[in-house]
Design a protein around this ligand. Sequence first.
Ligand SMILES: [Zn+2]
Length: 303
Amino acid sequence: MPIHVQALSRRGFLAGSAAAVAGLAVGRGAIGAEWDANRFALLSDTHIPSRPEIEARGVNMTRNLQRVVGELLALEQKPAGVILNGDCAYLKGLPEDYANLASCVEPMAGGGLDLHVTMGNHDDRGPLYDALVMQKPDRVVVASKHVSVIESEHANLFLLDTLFEVDVVTGELGQEQLAWLAEELDRRSEKPAILFAHHNPQFTPPEEGTRWSGIQDTAAFFELIAARPQVKAYVYGHTHRWSIGRRDGLYLINLPPVAYLFEDGLPNGWVDAHLRAGGMTLELRAIDPNHPQHGQGVALEWA
Ligand SMILES: [Zn+2]
């Protein structure tokens, strides 16, 4: 299983082994740079197309991601991980989309930034693994799903897979993944847990004749969470709408898209997350530095 232990002491070793595996792969790079083991860069919905010049809704998605990668590389204290929470590819998860994505994120490897991805409804696991070799797990733990656990000092991060069918809006975790998640959470019950997946929770079924647009097994997912109080937050993308909500004490964090928006005036960009004892602080980094929400900080607290 792809367990990613975030510990600075391991970097020296890993820099000499894992990173050397494949040219297009993203892995650990420079040794000796300053990392913050409790900092994570949260990205979602990059929607990278097959060619860099392709735009959608007035946005050049490739340029937006390149810009964010540049910002990450320029950080004085580098994040322990960069999480791209699904819809990495434009619409159909084409090999060409991932080739473009691989060249966008390639500088991260040299800069010592670890990339972790989840699958969105516009992704396709096979072509993604082919282009981003490091993302392919050594061993599949949940059939047809891409999952991993990042263990860090103050919280364990669980990266889940809600891809149901490529280019179909609906999200699903599925029984096998839920069983895996329950087991992995129960093995780590003492430390706060933060769950990541692409799709939004959807608590009411869609109207007849329409599809689920969120997670169709939300009820089972939230029943599992409710029984495990160490779960403090669920982080998702999909709606392209930055927001933080709360439900029964659980934080619901909807990441902004790196790519285009569905509604004018909302911010796109990424979120700088700092984990600490008893909580996490988030800061919005908007693509437009003049956006009124750029730099907005939110402190989340948990017992
Ligand atoms: Zn999207």
